[in-house]
Design a protein around this ligand. Sequence first.
Ligand SMILES: [Fe+2]
Length: 234
Amino acid sequence: MDVLPYTRQILSEPPSLYPAYTSTVSRSPRQPLVTIPQTLTEVTGPMAFGDRLFRPPVHDMTRQGKGEPLGERIIVSGRILDDRGRPVPSTVVEIWQCNAAGRYIHKKDQHDAPLDPNFTGQGRITTDEEGRYRFITIKPGAYPWRNHHNAWRPAHIHFSLLGRGFATRLITQMYFPGDPLIDIDPIACAVPPEARQRMVSRFDIDTTESGWALGYVYDIVLRGRNETPMENVK
Ligand SMILES: [Fe+2]
């Protein structure tokens, strides 16, 4: 029973303790983890959230205000896949991100950059029968954080996936290709290099819409040798 989490960590998951990511020092467990068996309720229900338990889906994050948000409009799409490459439909995909200036709408975000009244940075949709999702958003900016001197997070979008029950929630981050900050970012570098590349989206000319927005593809693999590294799997 303990083999799977251990294997996952070796293949792709960041360790609980990664000293270069300083907050892991205080929050990582000092004792062996205690496995609490999930009950039938946690494993089975609620089944297939669909859109019923959530507020209306938001796939176009550039239409939440009275005007257009500032920044570079982009399309982010992809598929949720299992270990055999089969699509995973009915997955609730939620994303959150900072605006083009690198600022989140959150009281704890004190970065000296402007908020955008036309951008919440929050989107939510459910995958279709082919496991597909698609968001229209604004390319997030890099932002500083206090991990160490001159620390900057690479541009990224946070992803949360909910499968057929609450116990199935997975969380990860998507990066952008060619970003020089990725390989000096302690959060990204907590993931082994080969697996780290699976968190980097791919520019895609076919997803790009002429005269309107660049397109990026980010497929998420839930398990197996090509799994996407997740933050909350230990
Ligand atoms: Fe972030």
